[in-house]
Design a protein around this ligand. Structure first.
Ligand SMILES: *Cc1c(COP(=O)(O)O)cnc(C)c1O
Length: 498
């Protein structure tokens, strides 16, 4: 044991090796040192085990025979010391692969909150890159040559697209709702129907947001039914606003009633509507269920409408507030505004997304990835799954794929992100499973796919890995096929394995 231990050089000696220096150039000294320590710990454990084996054997055999029996293992051990940089690199690559990454979304969920919600199109990202090089006129009015507003870049667009008098955008919709409540109803009562006291993910709960905004919640109606009379009776001199909340992530069905905004506008207090996922187009156009649009909310008389930038709108994470000029003015000058203001990357991306809607309203169904993905019909997705399978088969020898079954199966995907709850979107998947004993199971296969250069996230059901085609970009298909070929033919073992 002593002998094997002594064979392992010290960290400093390793770091001086040329191959290690190259890794340091690529990953930085601290990461390489840390990875090296991890690899060395593995070697020490191995030395220990080898030694235990030697002792055990030595008790049974004469010393010479024992040494002989362990010779191949010792040689392997020495080889590993000599090729230490490979183990270190493997560790670094594995760690790297867990960082912020482009991933292929084969879950079928279009607005997957864990996967960054609305994706931008490649071409949009290129255009953004241009805008974001160096400085920009974020808060400088180029036409007038003086200080401008960061909202100015998209306020006009929002006004034209939504029909509202004024608009502003902040970091996200949660911030938009909090800011709106703070600016318009701090110290006052906010009336909400009991059927709309929702919680969405990440601890965003309407009662608590109202409290945070410095207002007092005034509940009216019941869980399933609220009438105009309930609101009317609750309005008094302490009322700051009526808040309507779109129940984005669940549905109440059956004996239900809620009051449309049109019936609440005459009560003498501002009506705020949290639309959740703001959509600017009519989803029925492509056979989806109707989702209230921002334009409809504005037209129905809501004084302020709040919605997300990265849900059905298909843009960057943002919260948009559109409404009456006087109220938006109060919101813009509220101290909280500065804390939740939109950053320049988002401002640029939001402007670009809104321009798509302005330039060619019909083309958004192709140009905004979220809308294109939602619009796709099952035959189209089946066709994509078949093409993926063909590409995969073209990459790998038939014999190499032995033991795997590839099926093209129908399935259901969803909009996600708390949008279009309960709506199932007929989709199709390429489904992978092992047929022979000893083949990796669905979990294991998914794990390998997570550690690829472009990680792939699928769905596991009935012990098979489902790669739903709805949220896979056409241009990702060749990468996906090549990576699957790599994993399935075993050229690339799980980066975690040795
Ligand atoms: C999603 C959602 C929010 C929060 O929006 P973010 O942009 O995620 O902050 C708020 N209210 C409703 C009704 C929502 O659906």
């Amino acid at each position: 044991m002593q002998e094997l231990y002594r064979m392992i050089p010290k960290v400093d000696i390793f770091l001086q090796k040329k191959a290690m220096q190259a890794l340091i150039g690529e990953y930085g000294r601290n990461s390489v040192t840390e990875a090296l320590r991890e690899a060395l710990a593995g070697l020490r454990r191995q030395a220990e085990q080898l030694e235990k084996g030697t002792v055990a054997r030595a008790e049974q055999l004469e010393n010479g025979a024992a040494a002989e029996a362990e010779q191949p293992e010792r040689e392997q051990f020495i080889r590993e010391i000599e090729t230490m940089e490979e183990s270190v690199k493997r560790i670094l690559v594995r760690k790297q692969s867990c960082r912020f990454h482009h991933v292929i979304n084969a879950t079928g969920t279009v607005l997957h909150t864990n996967l960054g919600r609305a994706p931008l199109a490649q071409e949009q990202v290129f255009r953004l890159e241009e805008k974001l090089q160096g400085y920009s006129n974020l808060e400088y009015d180029l036409c007038r040559g003086k200080r401008g507003e960061r909202y100015s870049h998209f306020e006009e667009l929002l006004i034209r697209l939504t029909g509202a008098e004024a608009a502003v955008a902040v970091n996200n919709n949660a911030a938009a709702v909090l800011l709106t409540l703070s600016a318009l109803s701090a110290g006052k009562e906010v009336i909400v129907s009991r059927g709309e006291l929702i919680e969405i993910g990440g601890k965003f709960r309407i009662p608590e947001v109202i409290e945070q905004g410095g207002a007092v919640l005034r509940e009216v109606g019941t869980t399933n039914k609220t009438h105009r009379e309930d609101y009317a009776r609750a309005v008094n001199e302490h009322t700051g606003a009526i808040l309507k909340v779109h129940t984005s992530n669940y549905r109440i069905q059956g004996f239900t009633e809620s009051v449309p905004v049109t019936e609440l506008t005459g009560l003498g207090v501002p009506v705020i509507e949290d639309l959740g996922s703001g959509v600017l187009v009519n989803l029925e156009t492509f056979g989806l269920e109707h989702e209230p649009t921002v334009q409809e909310a504005v037209r129905s008389g809501a004084d302020v409408v709040c919605f997300s930038g990265d849900k059905l709108l298909g843009g960057p994470q943002a919260g948009i507030i559109a409404g009456k000029k006087e109220l938006i003015g109060r919101i813009k000058t509220h101290p909280l505004m500065r804390a939740v203001r939109i950053d320049k990357f988002t401002a640029a991306a939001l402007e670009m997304t809104l321009q798509e809607y302005e330039k060619a309203p019909d083309a958004v169904w192709e140009r905004i990835p979220v809308l294109r993905m939602l619009k796709q019909k099952q035959p189209q997705l089946r066709d994509r799954a078949v093409r993926l399978r063909d590409m995969l088969l073209a990459q790998a020898e038939k014999a190499e794929l032995e033991g795997w079954r590839l099926e093209i199966l129908d399935c259901c995907s969803q909009a996600g992100g708390g949008s279009l709850p309960g709506q199932e979107l007929p989709s199709a998947a390429m489904v992978i499973s092992g047929t022979a004993a000893g083949m990796p199971g669905a979990e294991q296969l998914q794990e390998r796919l997570r550690f690829l250069e472009t990680p792939v996230i699928g769905r596991i059901a009935r012990d098979k890995l489902w790669l739903d085609m709805r949220a896979v970009f056409e241009e990702e298909l060749p990468i996906l096929a090549a990576e699957l070929a790599e994993v399935m033919t075993g050229q690339r073992k799980d980066a975690r394995e040795k």
